[in-house]
Ligand binder design. Structure first.
Ligand code: SF4
Ligand code: SF4
Length: 119
């Protein structure tokens, strides 16, 4: 089990990209292979940034900055009802943004050998 630690330091990176998850096997069947898929999507500005074979997922990223992101990297609708819930909850699981001030570390009670943890 992982616990989120750290804080947002307003780098703005999570507000510059739209991430999409696709069904891996159906998509690869349609396009033949991943290289063909990357060619097809690449012409439209969509990057294939990862895959999870166990969950049968492909991960896409599209570089589209949110128009609510200010020049100071702050959200212009923060603390208003106009801010989407997903933005308040981000990141809820490990992501691949290196600049992000949040990290996910194993919960102490679940570390092997730590008192209270499961054997
Ligand atoms: S609404 Fe605010 S927090 Fe959400 S993506 Fe846009 S700038 Fe970022
Ligand atoms: S990537 Fe992380 S640190 Fe940067 S703005 Fe988003 S939540 Fe904050």
């Amino acid at each position: 089990m992982l616990t989120r630690q750290g804080e947002c330091h307003q780098c703005g990176e999570c507000c510059r990209t739209v991430n999409i998850t696709a069904v891996r096997d159906a998509t690869l069947e349609q396009h033949g292979n991943r290289k063909e898929l990357e060619l097809y999507l690449g012409y439209r500005g969509i990057r294939v940034v990862g895959e999870d074979k166990e969950k049968n997922q492909l991960h896409y990223a599209i570089d589209i900055p949110c128009n609510k992101l200010g020049e100071d990297n702050r959200c212009q609708v923060h603390d208003t009802p106009e801010k989407p819930l997903i933005c308040y909850r981000y990141p809820w699981e490990p992501d691949d943004i290196e600049q992000c001030g949040f990290r996910f570390l194993p919960t102490a009670g679940f570390l092997p050998g730590v008192s209270g943890g499961k054997p």
